[in-house]
Design a protein around this ligand. Structure first.
Ligand code: IPE
Ligand code: IPE
Ligand code: MG
Length: 250
């Protein structure tokens, strides 16, 4: 079924913001007798395919968890391999982002990244900033608690007082400022946890877990997750009757 014929994939049923915890590259590779780095390389191909599908469907905000602040604890060789793959990805994908109106953003402490990665990212962010059709947010050197600490520090540095603090104001100080909260969070590879990802923003997100490892998560897997989401009933604290009533009115 194509997006044209499947009503679950029509724009009003899709998440405005999809966030993905891309997990399982290492296990996918090891199960095949390959190195973890090869798993990350295969994972980078999945990133390309998933971005393509989201752009095609018209999902306006996509956030991909690519490197957590806790991932620094991995062996140095794996960390370097991840960053060289990231560099390669940015260099290859920027022309396509420009063509397709995709704006690249980073959620996380960009200045804590290796200098070559930092420089390439800053240039890519600047070059693609005018993209209006999709925000592609890469969560890199990202941790949600750290993001909240940073927000509080910046609010204090800006001289905000207790009366200035509201839920909206806090949102405005997070990396995701100006973008809607994720409607759907997908995590691949069987783990059912958030691993310090968008804790404030995901207060009301729908969660979808699949046992498929990230390198095996193809277009069909994504469509399946999106169809599952289209059938969820989001109540935001109300009763189902209230939700139905409101739907009838609009
Ligand atoms: C996800 O795959 C990529 C990153 C976290 C950078 P993993 O590398 O976590 O793969 P597993 O979980 O060890 O299989
Ligand atoms: C979460 O995956 C971080 C990313 C996907 C970048 P991990 O594989 O690092 O998470 P844990 O350690 O299993 O929770
Ligand atoms: Mg993992």
């Amino acid at each position: 079924m194509t997006s044209q014929t499947n009503p679950s994939l029509s724009p009003e049923n899709l998440p405005r913001h999809l966030a993905i915890i891309m997990d399982g590259n290492g296990r996918w590779a090891q199960a095949r007798g390959m190195s973890r780095t090869e798993g990350h390389r295969a994972g980078a191909n999945t990133v390309r395919d998933v971005v393509t599908r989201c752009r095609e469907l018209g999902i306006p905000h996509l956030t991909l968890y690519a490197f957590s602040s806790e991932n620094w604890n991995r062996p140095q060789s794996e960390v370097s391999a991840l960053f060289s793959l990231l560099l390669e990805f940015i260099q290859k994908e920027v022309p396509r982002m420009l063509r397709e109106g995709i704006s690249l953003k980073v959620f996380g402490d960009i200045d804590g990244l290796p200098v070559a990665v930092r420089t390439a990212l800053k240039l890519a962010i600047k070059t693609t900033a005018r993209g209006r059709d999709m925000d592609l947010n890469l969560a890199l050197n990202y941790g949600s608690r750290g993001e909240i600490v940073r927000a509080v520090r910046n609010m204090m540095a800006d001289g905000l007082g207790p009366e200035d603090i509201s839920e909206e104001r806090i949102s405005a100080y997070l990396y995701s400022s100006g973008q809607p909260d994720p409607d759907l969070v997908i995590r691949t590879s069987g783990e059912q946890r958030l691993s310090n990802f968008l804790l404030y923003q995901c207060a009301y997100s729908e969660l979808y877990f699949t046992t498929k490892p990230w390198p095996a998560f193809d277009k069909e897997s994504l469509d399946q997750a999106l169809c599952d989401y289209a059938h969820r009933q989001r109540r935001f604290g109300r009763t189902q009757e209230q939700v139905d009533e409101q739907k009838g009115r609009v």
